[in-house]
Design a protein around this ligand. Structure first.
Ligand code: UDP
Ligand code: MG
Length: 313
């Protein structure tokens, strides 16, 4: 089976040589063990880097029999770079594994990914065993994120990032998802097909620094939620209903104050209308939001079905 290792790179000049060395060794041992074929490749995707990343990829491509490269015209972000790589690989491979250039994701488990693929799984998720190497802040925000996603009804694999194997047909299915706001770890579970998990330890970056500062992380998390859930819009409706209900209590209170003569003239009418109108407005916004949500889902033009098997004679 032809395996492609798809590696998005943004300003990764410090890690590319070491990464290539390690991945080449890995592929060589796997070829020896006849787990993968000689046509297997490492596919680097240069995500519009500003440093020497592309020059290094070109050089590696000339020297190393496994290395291929794709260069994006602009920096389009990790998810888009990954998609570009996977869509390129899908033409040549039987399966592709996506991994980061810094090799934080343990490459020893690549064999296990392939074993799971050989058992007939179309998608194999790499799941982090623990978060020992993370700071408290990163662990807290990351795990909190997965929990919020669950509450909002988005099906994501807990503690799985983008280290995963996808078979050719899973990649073909992925190509049917036309959305622009890409959040791959939300789309892949939607594809379905038989899947399994492989557990691994995540290491520290061996060189260079993270290309995912907090700002990008927040944008990514927001994208993940708003691309997969219209629940925040429903929350507005619910808030409207609750406030309308509270307004009745406020109204009674205002009337009582009026009748007992505590209220200043005019106060009752103002208070009553603020509450009632506020509630009604929020509720109406929620209703509009519900339709906007539907339009949003339609506009994405996601495939309505993907056939897994077709029995025929
Ligand atoms: N990356 C990318 N485009 C970007 C940002 C990052 O292709 O705009 C790549 C980066 O080169 C690396 C992977 O995405 O291979 C993950 O980034 P990083 O390791 O910096 O993130 P972290 O592990 O710190 O979350
Ligand atoms: Mg990293």
């Amino acid at each position: 089976m032809v395996l492609y290792l798809v590696v998005p790179c943004y300003n990764e000049e410090e890690v590319l040589h070491e990464t290539t060395k390690r991945l080449t060794e890995k592929l060589n041992t796997m070829i020896e063990k006849e787990l993968v074929s000689k046509e297997s490749r490492i596919l680097y995707v240069d995500d519009g880097s500003r440093d020497k990343t592309w020059e290094i990829i070109e050089k590696l491509n000339a020297e190393n029999p496994f290395v291929e490269g794709v260069k994006l015209a602009h920096n389009r972000g990790h998810q888009n770079a990954l998609l570009a790589g996977l869509m390129t690989a899908k033409e040549y491979c039987d399966a592709a594994i996506s991994l980061d250039a810094d090799l934080q994701d343990d490459t020893d488990v690549i064999d296990k990914f392939v074993e799971e693929y050989n058992k007939g799984n179309d998608v194999v998720y790499g799941v982090r065993d623990s978060r020992k190497t993370d700071t408290f802040f990163k662990k807290f925000t990351a795990e909190g994120f997965y929990k919020v996603m669950k509450i909002l009804g988005v099906d994501v694999v807990f503690n799985h990032a983008d280290y995963r194997l996808m078979s050719k047909r899973a990649l073909e299915a992925l190509s049917e998802y036309k959305e622009v706001n890409l959040f791959l770890r939300g789309i892949v579970p939607l594809i379905g097909f038989k899947s399994s998990k492989v557990f691994y330890e995540r290491h520290e970056r061996f060189a260079g620094e993270s290309k995912y500062p907090l700002k990008k992380m927040i944008a990514f998390a927001t994208d993940g939620i708003t691309s997969f859930s219209v629940k925040p819009l429903k929350l507005i409706s619910n808030l409207g209903i609750i406030i309308s209900f509270l307004s009745i209590i406020a109204l009674i209170y205002a009337l009582v104050s009026y009748l007992t003569g505590v209220a200043v003239p005019g106060w009752t009418a103002i208070i009553a209308s603020i509450w009632l109108l506020g509630g009604i407005q929020l509720f109406c916004m929620g209703v509009v939001g519900t339709y906007v949500g539907k339009i949003y889902n339609e506009v994405k033009q996601r495939p309505r079905f993907l056939i897994e098997t077709h029995l025929k004679k």
